[in-house]
Design a protein around this ligand. Structure first.
Ligand code: NAP
Length: 543
C-alpha cells in the first residue's frame, strides 16, 4: 500500500508530470493517484495506448504470451480480464489498456494531444517548465518519462518520397481508417519483426505484393492459439506462479533456458529439443534454448543451420529459400521475429521478393519506385523501416538540464544513465523503462520501474527534498557495468537497433555501438534497484 504524501501543494502547477500514456505511463499514473500526488499525464496522441495506439498494421500483436504481458498489479484486473488469444492482436491490447484506465478512473488525469516540444530545468526554483506544441507551458517539480523505446519511426531517405501519388506510410503510421488493399499492388520495404507480421496479412488481401529485403532476418513460428474460458480459468489460477517465474527469468517470460549445457548432450538430443521448441508457442525457441546459443559461435552456427533447414523445408523455390536465410549473422543475435506463415507467403503466386542489397532502391517515383535495375508500379508503399530506438523519443523533445546542456548533446554517442532511471545533470527527471534498463518482456520491466519510482518520489516529497540528481561517479560506474554486460554476447556485434544501428540516421552507422540495453537480465537488475533503494538511494544526491 502506498505511503500517504505529506504535502500535495506544489510550487509549480504540478508535483509530477508523467509523459506518455502507454503501458508504463498508465501504471505510473495509477500509483501517483493512489499516493495523492498532484500529478498529470501528457500524451501526444489523441488517445491512450502508446505503442498499441500507433501500431495498427495488419497482423500487429505482441510476441509475449498475453497472460505474461498484462499488468500483474491488480488481482481484480487479473480476475476480470479474458485474453482471447495466446498472443493477442493489437485491437485487444488497446482495449485492455482502456479497460484498466477506465477501471481506475485514470482518464481524468490524462491530457491528450499534448506534444511536449521542450522542457528546461530552472536551477533556482528546482522546477521544470514544459513547453507544449499548442503553446501552453506547465511547471512541475518532477518529470517522469514513459515515452517507449520504439516510438519514433524512421523513414528511409530515398529521393522523391513526396512524389508518390498513392498512399505511402511507415508501418507505425498505418492509417486508422480501414485501408482496403483488395486489387492493389503493394510494396513493403524492410523485413524486420514488424514486416514479418504484416507481410502474410497484406499478401492475403493485395492483388500483388513486392517485398524489398535488404538483409533477411531469422524468424520462427509464433504458434498462436485461442484461449477458451476453461483455459483462461486455469491461467487465472496460475497467475501468482506465472509472475513469480517471470520475475526469476532473465527475459521476464515463463521461458527458462535449458541448463543441461549444449556440449553435455548429443547432437540428437539437441535436435530433439529444437524440434520440440519449433512447434511450441512464443519465444521458447530463443529463450528455452541452450545459453551457449548466445555466446558461442559454433553452438550458434549449429542451431542457425537447424533453422535454415526449417526455412528450406517451408519455401518451395530453393533459390528463394536461400535468399530468406541470413548469412551475415546467427539466429538470436538480433531480436527474433515470430511469424505466422511468413515463409509460406513466398510460395504464393502474388508475392515477389526483391533483393534490395543487390539491386538497391534508388528513388521513389509518382507511380512507384526505381531500383538500380528496373522500375516498379505500385498503388501503396509501406515503409517498415524501423525506429530511432531508445533515445529517439528523448531527442524529439529538447530537454535542457543544468547549465543549459541538452540531453541530446549528452547522449550524442549513446545513452548515459544511472540505473536507466536518471541522468546526471538532469535533476528531478526520471525515466520509466528507458534506455539501459533490463531488456525484458516490456510490462514486466515497466512495472519494475514504476514500483521503484513511486516510493522514491514519496520519499523525496515526504522528506521535503526539492531536488535530486544522479552522482556523476555513480552514472559512470553504471555505464561501465552496462558495457560489461555486452561483453561475451554475440549480440554485441549485431547490426540492430539493440546496438544503436539505423542506416536512416546520421551517426547510427554500424560500428558506432550505443549501449541501449542492460543485458544483465531482469533479476540482476531488480536486485540492483532494491539494493540502491535500501541503501538510502546510494548514488543519488538530494537537495
Ligand atoms: P527493424 O527490426 O529495425 O527492421 C527494419 C527493417 O527495414 C530491416 O529489415 C531493415 O533492413 C529495413 N530497412 C531500414 N531502412 C532501410 C532502407 N533505407 N532501405 C531498405 N531497407 C531498409 O524494425 P521493425 O521491424 O519495426 O522492428 C523493430 C522492433 O520492434 C522489433 O525488433 C521488436 O522489438 C519490436 N516489434 C515487436 C513486435 C512484437 O512484439 N510482436 C512486433 C513488431 C516489432 P536492414 O536489416 O538491412 O537494416
Amino acid at each position: 500500500m502506498a505511503e500517504p504524501i505529506a504535502s500535495t501543494q506544489p510550487e509549480g502547477d504540478f508535483e509530477v508530470v508523467v509523459i506518455g500514456a502507454g503501458v508504463a505511463g498508465i501504471y505510473q499514473m495509477k500509483r501517483l493517484k493512489e499516493s495523492g500526488v498532484r500529478a498529470t499525464l501528457l500524451e501526444a496522441n489523441a488517445d491512450l495506448g502508446g505503442t498499441w495506439y500507433n501500431n495498427r498494421y495488419p497482423g500487429a500483436r505482441f510476441d509475449s504470451e498475453s497472460f505474461t504481458y498484462g499488468y500483474s498489479f491488480s488481482r481484480e484486473v487479473l480476475d476480470e480480464w479474458h485474453w482471447t488469444e495466446q498472443f493477442s492482436p493489437q485491437p485487444e491490447t488497446l482495449k485492455y489498456l482502456n479497460f484498466v484506465v477506465e477501471k481506475f478512473g485514470l482518464r481524468e488525469d490524462m491530457q491528450f494531444g499534448c506534444r511536449v516540444e521542450s522542457m528546461a530545468f530552472d536551477e533556482n526554483a528546482d522546477l521544470w517548465t514544459i513547453h507544449l506544441a499548442d503553446g501552453r507551458s506547465i511547471t512541475t517539480r518532477f518529470v517522469l518519462t514513459a515515452v517507449g523505446v520504439l516510438s519514433i519511426p524512421t523513414y528511409p531517405r530515398f529521393e522523391g518520397m513526396d512524389r508518390f501519388e498513392g498512399p505511402s506510410f511507415h508501418s507505425f503510421d498505418w492509417p486508422h481508417e480501414p485501408l482496403d488493399l483488395t486489387g492493389k499492388r503493394v510494396a513493403v520495404i524492410g523485413t524486420g519483426a514488424t514486416a514479418i507480421q504484416l507481410i502474410p496479412e497484406v499478401a492475403k488481401d493485395a492483388a500483388h505484393l513486392t517485398v524489398f529485403q535488404r538483409r533477411p532476418n531469422w524468424a520462427a513460428p509464433l504458434n498462436n492459439a485461442t484461449i477458451s474460458e476453461g483455459e483462461m480459468a486455469e491461467i487465472r489460477a496460475r497467475y501468482d506462479e506465472i509472475f513469480e517465474t517471470c520475475a526469476r527469468t532473465p527475459g521476464g517470460f515463463e521461458h527458462e533456458p535449458d541448463r543441461r549445457g549444449f556440449y553435455n548432450v548429443t547432437p540428437d538430443e539437441r535436435k530433439e529439443l529444437w524440434d520440440r521448441l519449433y512447434e511450441e508457442p512464443g519465444f521458447g525457441i530463443w529463450l528455452r534454448n541452450f545459453v551457449e546459443i548466445f555466446v558461442d559461435e559454433a553452438a550458434n552456427a549449429e542451431f542457425s543451420n537447424y533453422i535454415a533447414d526449417r526455412i528450406r523445408g517451408r519455401v518451395d523455390d530453393p533459390e528463394l529459400a536461400e535468399k530468406l536465410i541470413p548469412k551475415d549473422h546467427g539466429f538470436g543475435v538480433q531480436r527474433v521475429p515470430l511469424e505466422t506463415g511468413y515463409f509460406e507467403t513466398y510460395n504464393r503466386d502474388n508475392v515477389v521478393l526483391v533483393d534490395s542489397e543487390a539491386t538497391p532502391i534508388e528513388r521513389i517515383t509518382a507511380k512507384g519506385l526505381e531500383t538500380s535495375d528496373r522500375s516498379f508500379d505500385f498503388d501503396v508503399i509501406v515503409y517498415s523501416t524501423g525506429f530511432d530506438a531508445f533515445t529517439g523519443a528523448f531527442d524529439a523533445m529538447e530537454i535542457r538540464g543544468v547549465g543549459g546542456q541538452t540531453l541530446k548533446e549528452k547522449w550524442a554517442d549513446g545513452p548515459v544513465t544511472y540505473l536507466g532511471l536518471m541522468v546526471s545533470g538532469f535533476p528531478n527527471f526520471l525515466m520509466l523503462a528507458g534506455p539501459q534498463t533490463a531488456a525484458t518482456n516490456f510490462p514486466r520491466g515497466a512495472e519494475l520501474s514504476v514500483n521503484w519510482a513511486t516510493p522514491f518520489l514519496e520519499y523525496l516529497i515526504n522528506s521535503g527534498y526539492r531536488r535530486f540528481d544522479a552522482e556523476s561517479g555513480a552514472e559512470e560506474a553504471w555505464l561501465e557495468h552496462v558495457k560489461e554486460m555486452y561483453e561475451g554476447l554475440l549480440l554485441r556485434s549485431a547490426k540492430s537497433w539493440i546496438t544503436g544501428y539505423n542506416s536512416n540516421i546520421d551517426g547510427h552507422e554500424y560500428g558506432n555501438t550505443r549501449y541501449n540495453i542492460y543485458n544483465g537480465g531482469g533479476p540482476r537488475y531488480a536486485a540492483r534497484l532494491k539494493e540502491v533503494a535500501e541503501g538510502s538511494y546510494s548514488g543519488v544526491r538530494f537537495g
